[in-house]
Structure formats: structure tokens, C-alpha cells
Design a protein around this ligand. Structure first.
Ligand code: 1GP
Length: 236
């Protein structure tokens, strides 16, 4: 159980981390070999797996198959407690800090406990902050919460710091999967300076330049989902 410690160590050494997000809803068992091979050749340091609405049953099998090809830590990024698999290595235990829906602040978390107790997953408390991106994201639709406006940087900084004070171990700034506009640079920079815990940034990042910009502004980990999903040669 050293996923979190490794993220902290990377931050201390200014080593940037890259997570590839796989949505189980869009993944077929027979694609895993080719995807695994591409990931192996990419600069990815972590695999995140999850989606807003997935409720299928093949998650265990997908993860077992991925593990045949990859040694990277596989971390669950669940939209709800049904997306927990004991075969992963860890789980981002998310609190949707930008929202005011108690289901995503505490209800799902309570319901996840009996499931988690049957696993050996490393549980990593993560403050999850959804930012407006120009159109409705799946997180907004499924969680029935409002994202924080892009211009309200002060409030995002305050929210992130509140997450740290509550005891979150990571802060995840999320523009939403497939977002038209990714998290603004100024927001990344100011949040990174406000918190002392590692910062994850994702949503709508689809070029190497955007990845570098996020790192330069202070992201410790960048998440790539759609860009790799649409083109598995993205990292070639
Ligand atoms: C979504 O932040 C992730 O939860 C990744 O977003 O699919 O836009 O890369 P993309």
C-alpha cells in the first residue's frame, strides 16, 4: 500500500505523474492486449479506471486482464460504489467538494465501506472539484450538482483548501470527461500554491502541449481519458 506515498514522493522530487483513465463501459476484454501494449510504451505512471455511470459486471475481469500486461498501479476512480473491484490496487475515495448533494459527499462513501472491507485496496481520500467547461458534463448530470464557474478562482482555492483541512490527501480539479475547455492555467497555478497536498488535473486535455502546460502550472498528476480512448496511438 504505497500508491499515495509514491505520489507524495514524486511531488517532493518534482517528478510529474501521468494517469490514463479507462472507462470500463467503453472497454472490451478483447481490446485489453493492444491497449495494454500501448500503455506500456507510453509515459503513463498510473491507470485510473471508472466512469460516471458504469454499472456493468466485467470490471474484475477487465482489471485481471490488464494486470497481465501492465505493472502500473491500477486505481479505481468510481462514479458509485458498484464500481469497486478487489483486483485493483487502490481507490480514489472521492468527495464531490464542488457539489452540495449529500449522496456524493457522504452517502455513497458510507455505502462503500462494507464493500471496501472485503478488499485490500489502498483507500486515498480525494477532494473532487468540478469546474464549468462550457457544457454539461457527465459528472454534473449524474451527480445533479453544479460545477464551480471557471472565473471563480478564489472559491476554487477556498474549496481545495477546505478539502485539505477536512483531511483529503489529494485534490482533483476536474473539467469533465471530453470537456471542451480544460482547467484554466491560472486556476491550476493558484490552487497548486494554496494546497500542500498533491494536485490532479483532468478533463479535456488532448495534446502534449496541454499536458506540459498543466504540469508547468503546478499539476502533480495529469489525467488523460478521451484523447487516448479516441486514439490509442496518442502517446506514440
Ligand atoms: C475525466 O478527468 C478525466 O474524469 C479525463 O477527462 O476524458 O477529457 O481526458 P478526458
Amino acid at each position: 500500500k504505497n500508491i499515495y506515498q509514491n505520489i507524495v514522493t514524486a511531488k517532493e522530487n518534482n517528478q510529474k505523474l501521468l494517469a490514463i483513465l479507462l472507462d470500463p463501459e467503453k472497454l472490451q476484454q478483447n481490446q485489453i492486449a493492444s491497449i495494454g501494449d500501448k500503455i506500456k510504451k507510453s509515459p503513463a505512471t498510473h491507470i485510473l479506471i471508472g466512469g460516471s455511470s458504469f454499472e456493468g459486471t466485467h470490471l474484475d475481469e477487465l482489471i485481471k486482464e490488464l494486470k497481465k500486461f501492465l505493472q502500473l498501479p491500477i486505481v479505481l476512480f468510481p462514479g458509485n460504489p458498484s464500481q469497486i473491484s478487489a483486483h485493483a490496487d487502490g481507490i480514489l475515495f472521492l468527495m464531490l467538494l464542488s457539489g452540495r448533494n449529500p449522496d456524493y459527499l457522504i452517502e455513497h462513501q458510507v455505502n462503500a465501506v462494507p464493500i471496501l472491507e472485503k478488499t485490500n485496496l489502498e483507500v486515498i481520500s480525494t477532494g473532487y472539484i468540478l469546474i464549468e467547461n462550457g457544457h454539461q458534463s457527465a459528472v454534473e448530470r449524474v451527480s445533479k450538482t453544479k460545477p464551480i464557474p471557471r472565473t471563480n478562482i478564489e472559491y476554487v482555492m477556498q474549496t481545495a483548501k477546505a478539502g485539505e483541512y477536512i483531511g483529503n490527501k489529494l485534490i482533483y480539479l476536474e473539467a469533465g470527461s471530453g470537456a471542451k475547455e480544460s482547467i484554466p492555467h491560472e486556476m491550476i497555478a493558484k490552487v497548486a500554491k494554496t494546497i500542500t497536498i498533491p494536485l490532479i488535473v483532468g478533463g479535456g486535455i488532448r495534446s502534449k502541449k496541454q499536458i506540459e502546460d498543466a504540469f508547468e502550472n503546478g499539476a502533480d498528476m495529469v489525467v488523460i481519458g478521451t484523447a487516448f480512448e479516441n486514439d490509442i496511438t496518442f502517446f506514440d
